[in-house]
Design a protein around this ligand. Structure first.
Ligand SMILES: C[S@@+](CC[C@H](N)C(=O)[O-])C[C@H]1O[C@@H](n2cnc3c(N)ncnc32)[C@H](O)[C@@H]1O
Length: 269
């Protein structure tokens, strides 16, 4: 029997998105904790995730006794994370919020945003606003861990990635393909196909969406425009805190560690 096909926002299926990234969670969270110890000179207790999706990182950080605040634009994702928290007896403050521009009631010691979530902000203004909002939310000396793909100068623009993940009786195969690259307005369009097999269920979810593109230089320019943050180190998706890299035109899978400056020296015009 052929699979049931749906054209839908894949973030409306947070359980499957989350499952497809589940194997990365431990390495990421281990890295967060090592980065907190290395780059923040006070104990990190309260953390923020911007664009938390199905909540795999929220749940793991809550399990490790952090005080977690997290939000996402997608209501279905937020409801799903809340249900998971209830089911596992953990607590975290999770709500619907656009990450472009926000304020927290209480500041945090550190924040994180991985797997290209930041690239959903499609203009320079929204990216700057976001970085300023996070800077207001994070205590001085705290960090923001930002993970995204940068565009090397010699990138293959027709790139396709495929990966499979299983949990319980559910198997998810994700195929992500770049279908359009517009260098002029820095937009890349991607198509994701999620094939979900679970018992008798065989579902194929197809979604197309845009992301903003960054070369190394464009990222450096963006960071220079938000002086609240200093770039303290760069890593890749191996998350090896003992192996910092250079921000250059060769790196693709990039994890930036930004630290909130204690004082901002504004440049004279
Ligand atoms: C790639 S997923 C990452 C989810 C989660 N951080 C993880 O690593 O499992 C991106 C998430 O960002 C959310 N998102 C996209 N644009 C957003 C915005 N402007 N404000 C808040 N969340 C947004 C999507 O709904 C989606 O859940």
């Amino acid at each position: 029997m052929s699979p049931q096909q749906v054209e839908a926002d894949w973030y409306d299926y947070p359980q499957y998105f989350d499952l497809s990234f589940r194997d990365e969670t431990d390495d990421e969270v281990e890295f967060f904790e090592k980065a907190f110890a290395r780059y923040v000179d006070y104990p990190v207790r309260r953390v923020l995730e911007t664009g938390c999706g199905g909540g795999r990182l929220v749940l793991e950080m809550a399990r490790r006794n952090y005080d977690v605040v997290a939000f996402d634009l997608n209501e279905k994702s937020v409801s799903y994370v809340r249900r998971r928290l209830r089911r596992t007896g953990r607590s975290a403050n999770v709500y619907v919020q656009d990450m472009t521009n926000f304020e927290l009631e209480e500041s945090v010691d550190a924040a994180f945003c991985t797997w290209n979530t930041f690239r959903h902000l499609l203009t320079d203004e929204s990216a700057q606003q976001h970085l300023r909002s996070v800077a207001t939310a994070v205590n001085s000396g705290g960090i923001y861990i930002l993970g995204l793909h940068l565009l090397p100068l010699d990138i293959d623009e027709e790139c396709t990635e495929r990966w499979t993940a299983k949990h319980g009786g559910t198997k998810v195969t994700a195929t992500l393909k770049v279908i359009e690259t517009r260098r002029a307005d820095r937009i890349e369009r991607l198509r994701i196909n999620l094939r979900v097999r679970s018992g008798k269920r065989d579902l194929r979810i197809r979604h197309e969406f845009p992301l903003r593109m960054y070369t190394c230089q464009q990222m450096q320019e963006l960071l220079a425009s938000v002086p609240e943050w200093e770039l303290v180190d760069v890593f890749d998706f191996w998350y090896d805190v003992d192996d910092p890299l250079e921000l250059n035109d060769e790196i693709t899978d990039t994890v930036l560690v930004l630290r909130k400056r204690r004082e901002i020296v504004r440049r004279r015009k």
